[in-house]
Design a protein around this ligand. Structure first.
Ligand code: EPU
Length: 417
């Protein structure tokens, strides 16, 4: 297990190139099962979740490799519809392969997915939607057996705009005769990205970004070679933006569009800082700290992203007055709160909500229980007085590539030991 030592108190100055979004790349890897040709995903970092998705495909017969910052995928020799259960249990997005496997093999044998421990994370919405498409589902010995022999297009009303269920229902529908309509679907930028990617392959998906997606089934696609640059990582960008606001300094984020982090921008744009956004670049000039944000509630896009809630909690510790933060997406996503309290944060905690009173943090030994909680604690370490030692850093590597190197390049004192 590696640790980060962080000596707080430095302002941040410099430039960061935001990478392809982890949460889009994993969906695109799952969807590559639909294509028999070569796929090149540009500017993809070897995050551990991405590497694990590739390892699952490899075990099913696909070829994958990284070269010069791009990810190469070829599923033409994929022969299995059974993703490795041990690997599947390491991440949530393993389950995002279900729809594509059903489209390709008319069956899939899935394991219950893993991922960060931030709530129960059931898969009922995925399965209900697939049943609407005519899939027979049987659960036995911790395995889910899906039979898609009698699949047909349909109209599906999702009870909640689940990101993963939307991915699975789109990818399960692409070869079905007629039109499938998915209502109350997820509207995240990563869903728009999936639509763009699938349409480049030759599928017909419309409406992503709105709450109704229509998939017109095609008989076949002629893949050839697909070269695609995934959408930028709005969560990575938001994390470094919040770090700059909390620490102060001047940082330029390249390759990020404000529309994808607008709910964050709306909250902070006048808070002792100047933010200029143009042509896919955001420049932040900040004094450090600022006034309380009032109330922030997480929700599905375009609401405030749950994946930025922990970094926001760390930022709130640097603000004057009380900030109330409500977590409405995952019921157990407050593992960073006890750790922040160890660092001296003043936090009143409710079931799904915390009230943070800004003040001084002091370095402490803390533990990263989940990916974004870990990122939040890194931010807390950057603003704390003294040294913070953060344990369990591997979990941060799931979603942030070489976080310590990026922060060091901005002048922070962060070291991996
Ligand atoms: N839900 C159900 N039943 C389902 C599916 C979801 O009750 O069948 C509930 C979940 O328990 C949760 C809510 O619906 O309370 C939202 O879950 P959703 O399905 O939208 O999330 P996901 O697809 O599992 C993706 C991201 C998460 C991100 C969420 C929300 C990937 C691989 N993961 O998860 O990313 O937090 O959407 O935006 O795309 C992260 O990157 O740290 C992360 C957890």
């Amino acid at each position: 297990m590696s640790k980060l030592t962080i000596i707080g108190g430095e302002k941040l100055f410099g430039r960061i190139n935001i990478q392809s979004a982890k949460n889009s790349v994993v969906s695109l890897i799952a969807s590559s099962i639909l294509c028999n040709g070569k796929i090149i995903l540009k500017k993809v970092k070897c995050l551990s979740d991405v590497v694990n998705m590739c390892a699952i495909l490899e075990k099913m017969g696909a070829k994958t490799y990284f070269k010069e910052g791009d990810l190469f995928l070829n599923c033409s020799s994929l022969y299995s519809y059974v993703p490795d259960s041990n690997l599947s249990k390491t991440l949530r997005s393993s389950f995002f392969m279900t729809g594509a496997l059903l489209s390709r093999f008319k069956k899939a044998e899935m394991s219950f997915p893993g991922g960060c421990k931030i709530g129960a994370r059931p898969i009922n919405i995925h399965l209900q939607g697939l049943k609407r498409l005519g899939v027979k589902v049987k659960t036995e010995n911790s395995k889910i057996f899906l039979d898609g022999e009698n699949m047909r297009s349909s109209v599906i009303d999702l009870p909640y705009p689940s990101v993963g269920a939307t991915v699975n229902l789109i990818t399960a529908s692409v070869f079905l005769g007629g039109e499938t309509v998915i209502r109350n679907c997820a509207r995240e930028p990563e869903i728009i990205d999936l639509q763009n990617f699938l349409n480049l392959i030759g599928f017909k998906v419309f409406g992503a970004g709105e709450s109704e997606i229509r998939v017109q089934g095609v008989k076949s696609v002629d893949c050839g070679e697909i070269v695609y640059t995934p959408v930028e990582d709005r969560i990575e960008a938001g994390t470094y933006l919040l770090a700059t606001l909390a620490c102060g300094g001047q940082v330029e984020l390249n390759n990020i569009y404000i529309k994808n982090i607008y709910s964050l921008y709306e909250k902070i744009y006048e808070n002792d800082c100047k933010i200029v956004a143009e042509n896919g670049k955001i420049t932040i000039n900040a004094r450090g700290g600022g006034k309380s944000l009032g109330k922030v509630t997480t929700g599905p896009f375009p609401d405030f992203p749950t994946d930025l809630q922990a970094p926001l909690c760390a930022y709130a510790c640097s603000l004057r007055g009380e900030t109330e933060i409500c977590e409405n997406v995952f019921e157990k996503r407050f593992s960073h709160i006890d750790e922040l309290v160890k660092m001296g944060a003043i936090i009143k905690r409710g079931e799904r909500q915390v009230v943070i009173t800004g003040g001084k943090l002091s370095g402490a030994n803390v533990y990263a229980c989940d990916l974004r909680a870990g990122a939040g604690l890194v931010l807390a370490g950057l603003i704390a007085g003294g040294t913070t030692v953060l344990d369990g850093v591997e979990i941060i590597d799931r979603g942030y590539f070489e976080i310590e190197k990026i922060l060091t390049s901005l002048g922070a004192k962060v070291e991996r030991i």
